[in-house]
Design a protein around this ligand. Sequence first.
Ligand code: C2E
Ligand code: CA
Ligand code: CA
Length: 278
Amino acid sequence: AKAAGGARWSLYDADRNRRELARYALSAAIPAALERGEFYLDYQPLTSLCDGTVLGVEALVRWRHPVLGELRPDSFIGLAEETGLIVPLGGWVLAEACREAATWSGPGRVTPFVSVNLAVRQVHRPGLVHEVRAVLDRTGLPPERLQLEVTESAMMSAVEEPVRALRVLADLGVRIAIDDFGTGYCNLAYLRDLPVTELKVAGEFVAGLRAPADDPASRTDERILASLVSLAHALDLTVTAEGVETAGQADRLRAIGCDAAQGWHFGRPAPPPASWST
Ligand code: C2E
Ligand code: CA
Ligand code: CA
């Protein structure tokens, strides 16, 4: 029995090793895939809960892999962050998002901003300010139409550099959002030092609003959300709720005073509407 157990374990290890190897191989293939143009961006609307206008869109990277097919970011972003390949990949995402957004226009309404995810490594890189400036110059996108999404964990290290860099960018007019707010460390000191304009509240709290309003757990999530909204408003920040899948969730978020929402109820990630192109 012992031998069999041992064999099972090594089989399991072999399996896990194979998966790890596959992950590494995938990540090592990123530079060549960038050259071959295998990445593209989908955009998901951030919709005002007051009047339904699309305030902005979040750029979400996808990989059209020649053998494996369409790959979601979850299967390659994590490892790209570990290996540092997120720097060239994230640089491409930033440039492509700004290039596309610069071609959008909407006569008679506000043209949506584009919101780009920045990995921790990108935020901590000394060249960030220069890179963003260069992309804005090259594409002609007004800084107010770019939002950068950074996670709480990017702000947690003792290093001053990221805060300084984001402050320079905010002074240019670039919007700064905290992504997945409420899931990181409970240290809000960075909100005092950072020129943040928006908090994006993680979908896990919003998921609780799917249950009936008299469900105790659902009420707790609603109270957490309501306090995040009042914290944000006290600091002059707007709040976007993520992962909004139903009209019922949207109604409860609106009642709490949440400013905007993102999720399948308002639109799945997709290519930008043709009517936006100039
Ligand atoms: P995220 O920044 O939290 O992005 C939102 C994710 O939630 C997206 O998954 C989106 O498709 C999904 N989503 C949107 N609405 C709903 C909904 O109503 N219900 C549910 N269940 N999910 C919804 P996606 O596109 O697979 O991206 C996953 C993560 O990959 C992102 O999470 C982000 O952390 C990362 N990511 C994507 N693109 C980039 C990028 O260009 N750079 C970096 N650094 N990370 C990226
Ligand atoms: Ca995001
Ligand atoms: Ca998020």
